[in-house]
Write a protein that binds this ligand. Structure first.
Ligand code: SF4
Ligand code: SF4
Length: 125
């Protein structure tokens, strides 16, 4: 118990290694914040690097897409919808479970995982 109290007390005086989150701590202007960081008037902790093969938001290269619909067929969450007029797809992040099936099946590799993980928003799309 005493060890835990010691650790808690020690933590109170350690500097933070993360940036404050969520939105209520976000700066009004990211540009102004970065300017202030550049002038040494504000401080940002560097983001923790994401591991290799991280499954972040999926990027879709529309120009490469051949409209084969394989991604639509394998998606277990109905997160990929085919647009017949365009012969392209729409990807809905809010439905995605990041299983990677569509990324693996795409014959032209136009679906790829990014390292983007800040996906919380007020609008589901
Ligand atoms: S990663 Fe999985 S859930 Fe997300 S769009 Fe691809 S197949 Fe669907
Ligand atoms: S599998 Fe790839 S090429 Fe086929 S429709 Fe999906 S994104 Fe387009």
């Amino acid at each position: 118990m005493i060890t835990m109290q010691k650790e808690l007390f020690r933590q109170l005086f350690k500097r933070a290694f993360t940036n404050q989150f969520p939105a209520k701590h976000a700066p009004k202007s990211v540009n102004a914040l970065l300017e202030a960081v550049g002038k040494g008037k504000a401080k940002l902790n560097p983001p923790v690097p994401v591991p290799e093969n991280f499954r972040g938001k999926i990027a879709y290269d529309k120009n490469k897409c051949i409209g084969c619909q394989l991604c639509v067929k394998v998606c277990p969450a109905n997160a990929v919808v085919f647009k017949p007029k365009e012969k392209k797809i729409s990807y809905h992040t809010f439905r995605c479970t990041f299983c990677g099936e569509c990324v693996n099946v795409c014959p032209v590799k136009c679906l790829t995982f990014t390292d983007e993980f800040l996906l919380a928003d007020y609008k589901k799309d």
